[in-house]
Design a protein around this ligand. Structure first.
Ligand code: SAM
Length: 278
C-alpha cells in the first residue's frame, strides 16, 4: 500500500535539483529537430497547488522554489521560466509543475511521453491532466516493469526519469538492477535517477552498484540544506545522470554553490562529480 503523496513535498529543494536537471536535459533534446521520447517511471500527480492545505502543512516549497523565484542567475533561467509558465491555469495561481507537466511543456507534435503512476488517487489526477494529449500515454502500473517493457523505444532519443519514493527500501537495489537492464536494451538514452540522502550508507552502496554495472558516462549531483546526519529525515537530494548532455555539468558546477548557499545559508551543501567517465 503506497502512502507517499508528492503534494506534501512539491517545489522543495529536492524538486528544484530534479526539475532543474530535467529541464536542462529536455532543453538539450530540443536543440535537434528529431523526435524524442520521455519516460517517467514514477510520475506523481503532475501538477500541484502550493496554496493547497497539504502544501501549506509542510511548506517545504518555502526553502525551495518559492525562495528562488526572483534570482536572476542565468543557469537557472530555463527552469524558472518553465515553472513560471506552468504556474497559472484558469483561476488557479501558485501552481508547481511536477515532472510530467514539465515534460509536456517541452513536447513538440512529434515527441512522445510514457508515464507510470501506481497511487490510485495520483493516477486519477495525472490521467485527468494528460488524457486529452495524444502524445502522452498514462499507465497505472509499476514504473520499473513499465520501463523495461518500453525499451528500446521506437524513437531512438530520449530521457528516462526514475524518481521512486523509496517507501520500499528494496527500491535502492531495484533501481540499479532496472537501470542496468534498461541500459542493456537502450544504451544511448539519457537516464536521470533521483535519490534522497537519508542514510549515506545506502547511497554509497547505490553508487558502488552502479559502477559495478559497467555503465559509462555517469555524473552525480547533490543539493542539500545541511550536512549528512544520523538523525531522521532527508538532508540532501541527489541525481545520477547517465549519458548527460555535455553542457550539464558546467551549468550545475556554476549554479549549485549559489543555490545551496541561498537555500541553506552557511549549512548548504552541494556535489557535482563524474561517477564514471565516458
Ligand atoms: C517522488 S513521487 C514522483 C514525483 C514526480 N516524478 C515529479 O517530479 O513531479 C514518486 C511517485 O511514485 C509513485 N510510485 C511508487 N511506487 C511506484 C511504482 N512501483 N510504479 C509507479 N509509480 C510508483 C508514488 O505514488 C509517487 O506518486
Amino acid at each position: 500500500m503506497l502512502s507517499y503523496r508528492h503534494a506534501f513535498h512539491a517545489g522543495n529543494f529536492a524538486d528544484v535539483l530534479k526539475h532543474l536537471i530535467q529541464v536542462e536535459i529536455l532543453t538539450y533534446l530540443h536543440k535537434k529537430d528529431k523526435p524524442f521520447v520521455y519516460i517517467d517511471t514514477h510520475a506523481g500527480a503532475g501538477l500541484y497547488s502550493l496554496d493547497s492545505a497539504v502544501a501549506q502543512k509542510t511548506s517545504e516549497h518555502l526553502s525551495g522554489i518559492s525562495a528562488l523565484k526572483d534570482v536572476n542567475w542565468p543557469e537557472l533561467q530555463n527552469y524558472l521560466l518553465a515553472v513560471k509558465e506552468l504556474s497559472q491555469e484558469g483561476d488557479q495561481h501558485n501552481l508547481y509543475p511536477g515532472s510530467p507537466a514539465i515534460a509536456q511543456a517541452f513536447l513538440r507534435e512529434y515527441d512522445k511521453a510514457i508515464l507510470f503512476e501506481l497511487h490510485p488517487k495520483d493516477y486519477i489526477l495525472l490521467d485527468d491532466l494528460m488524457r486529452r494529449d495524444r502524445r502522452i500515454r498514462v499507465n497505472k502500473s509499476d514504473g520499473f516493469q513499465g520501463l523495461l517493457a518500453s525499451v528500446p523505444p521506437v524513437i531512438k532519443r530520449g530521457l528516462i526519469l526514475i524518481d521512486p519514493s523509496y517507501e520500499i527500501k528494496t527500491d535502492y537495489e531495484e533501481v540499479v538492477e532496472v537501470l542496468a537492464a534498461a541500459y542493456r536494451r537502450f544504451a544511448i538514452g539519457t537516464y536521470a535517477l533521483w535519490y534522497p540522502v537519508v542514510d549515506r550508507d545506502r547511497i554509497d552502496k547505490l553508487e558502488k552498484g552502479l559502477k559495478a554495472t559497467g555503465i559509462k558516462n555517469i555524473q552525480q549531483f547533490e543539493l542539500g540544506l545541511k550536512e549528512d546526519s544520523l538523525g531522521h529525515g532527508m538532508t540532501s537530494a541527489g541525481m545520477i545522470v547517465i549519458n548527460p548532455p555535455y553542457t550539464l555539468k558546467a551549468t550545475l558546477d556554476s549554479v549549485l554553490p549559489k543555490i545551496s548557499k541561498h537555500l541553506g545559508g552557511g549549512s548548504g551543501v552541494w556535489r557535482s562529480e563524474v561517477l564514471v567517465a565516458e
